[in-house]
Ligand binder design. Structure first.
Ligand code: SAH
Length: 526
């Protein structure tokens, strides 16, 4: 369950994965599919459709009191993933509060989204389906759980998505629609051909699903585009339109389509569970909707918000103040840091700030704070990995950076997203997608509005890096990292904080922080 840590925070399986041993002891039908691993742990073989089905039915019974039947030849939903989507819809519509109405496009034989949404939140659902077998099972599953008051299953023609389903009900405004679209464009895609690079392991689970369920002309991209075009006609008939995606690379073209069409509110998320990742996109024509932040931005903000810091106790500060002939302990520390940074040839620029604190933007172009073997090792790595400051940024002046301090130092960082070429652009069968965490962040490029050289310093070429004067806008400036350094008075002590902005890796900032701390403490102790 490698990705469970990143499940939706309200997902009941997040820190509490299904207890196979307990379930096996309680449900004989499930017990038949539980084996004991070499390590003596109870395991389920996700390559067997029967086992997947048994687990789904058992979890729905045990945790939601639902009794469902699903034929083996149709898509068997996995519960943690479906729950992640339901919880995200709750976030979009604040849906735990009052009666809400939703549409599930392609509900499947299980009718799982309506059954979960109605059970957890009392939501009303219009569930559509094109496939006869799915339609009949879905209706039966609704009836046998006494949910007919909340869930209406309708059979629709293949060509239709939202328009026809809503033809009869012209008055009602729906809060949302959700959809787990057919992912694949053709049989080969469905079988996973071309779907993974050679380093990836084979699918860890079976792809259960009938032809109309998992395949649509043009794959999910075209399917979702059709929903977008329906939404352009229906606009405010629904507060949120949403759709799940089996491939990360479907996100960018769909976001682009929404942008082109001028859709005002767009967000997306990722669903992590087991070894599977999925993505989802949502859009709205309402101005007053809550728009949850996309996960990559949240992660980046969280990371960047956590500064490295150390405190200098009041005791030694007086000494420092005297040494630097400074007016206050804070000024003493600041002067000391400026001197140290100059010696280290770290570029710095004062950022306008309140009186109680000092703030600097630091640009480290070479590693001068580690020594000997460690430095040589670092140099080799730098040569391989040195990022280049985007040319366009170097023209940007430094004058506008506001005080970063304890508030939001990310005001300066413009996060962009890109679908990197290495990204796997093929969908895989249900429960088989493994998207390494780093990959989801690999497309992020932080851009910085400040690029300045300290006139006092010559640029170091000691480590033979291809360094050039950063002041020339026509050149590409290499840098190791950029960060904000804040010096603040905290009661009588002085707090030094370093906020990451961008660069090779945060360890470099960590090293510099430790170096500055040690030199400061050494100087105080003298
Ligand atoms: N929602 C279910 C099933 C998803 S599979 C789950 O998450 O497990 C996709 C479903 O969409 C299939 O059952 C397929 O029959 C149905 N479908 C395909 N095209 C459709 C269309 N145009 N309108 C409604 N349903 C459609």
């Amino acid at each position: 369950m490698a990705l469970n840590k990143s499940m939706h925070p309200r997902n009941r399986y997040k820190d509490n994965p299904p207890d196979f041993a307990h379930l096996a002891s309680k449900y004989p039908e499930f017990q038949q599919h539980v084996q004991t691993s070499l390590l003596g742990r109870p395991v389920v073989n996700f390559k067997e459709p029967e086992a997947v089905r048994a687990l789904t039915c058992t979890l729905l019974k045990e945790d939601f009191g639902l009794t469902i039947e699903i034929p083996l030849e149709r898509l068997i939903p996995t519960v943690p993933l479906r729950l992640n989507y339901i919880h995200w819809v709750e976030d979009l519509i604040d849906g735990q509060k009052q009666l809400r109405r939703g549409i599930d496009i392609g509900t499947g034989a299980s009718c799982i989204y309506p059954l979960l949404g109605a059970t957890l939140n009392g939501w009303y659902f219009l569930a559509t389906e094109v496939d006869d077998i799915c339609f009949n099972y879905a209706k039966k599953n609704v009836e046998q759980n006494n949910m007919s008051d909340l869930i209406k299953v309708v059979k629709v023609p293949q060509k239709t998505l939202l328009m026809d389903a809503l033809k009869e009900e012209t008055e009602i405004v729906y809060d949302f629609c959700m959809c787990n679209p057919p992912f694949f464009a053709n049989q080969l895609e469905a079988k996973g051909v071309n779907s993974r690079n050679s380093r990836r392991p084979p699918p860890s689970s079976v792809n259960t699903g009938g032809v109309t369920e998992i395949m649509a002309e043009g794959g999910e991209l075209e399917f979702v585009k059709r929903i977008i075009h329906d939404s352009l006609k229906l606009k405010k008939r629904l507060r949120w339109y949403s759709c799940m995606l089996g491939k990360k690379c479907s996100l960018a073209p769909l976001k682009e389509e929404l942008r082109k069409q001028g859709v005002p509110k767009v967000t997306y998320t990722e669903f992590c569970q087991g070894r599977t990742m999925r993505w989802a996109l949502a859009w709205s024509f309402y101005d007053d909707v809550i728009v949850p932040s996309p996960p990559s931005k949240k992660r980046k903000l969280e990371k960047a918000r956590k500064p490295l810091s150390f405190t200098l106790p009041e005791a030694g500060l007086k000494q420092l103040q005297t040494k630097a002939s400074a007016l206050s302990p804070m000024e003493g520390v600041t002067a000391f840091l400026e001197k140290s940074l100059t010696e280290l040839r770290v570029l710095f620029k004062r950022v306008p700030c309140s009186k109680q604190e000092q703030s600097f933007l630091l640009t480290a172009v070479e590693n001068t704070w580690i020594h000997g073997r460690q430095r040589r090792r670092e140099q080799k790595r730098q040569l391989r990995e040195l990022p280049r400051a985007p040319q366009s940024l170097q023209n940007t002046a430094a004058t506008t950076a506001p005080c970063p301090s304890t508030s939001d130092c990310n005001a300066h960082v413009n996060v962009q997203e890109a679908c990197s070429p290495e990204q796997n652009c093929q969908a895989q069968p249900e429960e088989t997608r493994e998207e390494p965490k780093e990959q989801t962040e690999a497309g992020l490029t932080g851009t910085l509005t400040v690029m300045d050289s300290n006139p006092k310093e010559g640029l170091a070429t000691e480590n033979n890096l291809p360094l050039q004067q950063p002041s020339s806008p026509a050149t590409i400036t290499p840098f190791l990292f950029k960060c904000l350094l804040n010096v603040m008075l905290e009661e009588k002590d002085v707090l030094v904080e370093m906020h990451w902005v961008e660069g090779q890796n945060k360890d470099l900032m960590n090293q510099l922080c430790t170096y500055l701390k040690n030199t400061l403490l050494r100087s105080i102790a003298k």
